[in-house]
Design a protein around this ligand. Sequence first.
Ligand code: CTP
Ligand code: CA
Length: 225
Amino acid sequence: TALAPASGPLAGRHVIVTSGPTHEPIDPVRYIANRSSGKQGHAIATAAARAGARVTLVSGPVNLPDPAGVEVRRVETAREMLAAVDAALPADVFIGAAAVADWRVEAAGDKIKKKKGDSPPALALVENPDILADVAARGRERPRLVIGFAAETENLLAHARDKLVRKRVDLIVANDVGSGVFGAGENEAHLVTAEGVESWPRLGKDEVASRLVARIATMLEASAG
Ligand code: CTP
Ligand code: CA
């Protein structure tokens, strides 16, 4: 099928989205993971593609179909996610929607076995690279817009502002995860920028995605080029 020339507010832009959890192996049969479903990240990739962008979706293990019209790179670990993002750059926009595991395990080469009388094995954790902060710290390769998420159970806006500054990103989408949003179809988002906070009502994740994409188009226009 012939590709129609892209039109829409993000035509001609390359958008990279990370989505889903990462899995960090403990040994060949076990891993550490988290509760991210990937729904929000995948919805953002879909919305960006609908807005005419070329989209690269770097996804951890999820139970979701590949969004239409999106280039999908599947990864398992945080380090693989960073490598895939690296390979996909440069981009106009980076959106870190993945729930990247903060730590990985010094993985064992063989399955860890129980031995009678032994105490449980201790897991030695090593910090993973911060993909969002890494992308935001690039020089010439830094995307014009770098957007992160903050999933918090307390002090939502204070933590989100801290992440905005610490990771040097342009926008943080803050979500209160104390109330069962994992795997749910809805999100209550607060957009935190250097200018202030804009709180959205509880919306479907698809609606959050299309509003965010509209906001991205406006921000790109405002920053000109
Ligand atoms: N992030 C990332 N790489 C990591 C950790 C986080 O790219 N190793 C990104 C996430 O995709 C998200 C943002 O950073 O966009 C915030 O993630 P979060 O887990 O809330 O922040 P942390 O800095 O890990 O802080 P903490 O987990 O202690 O709240
Ligand atoms: Ca984290």
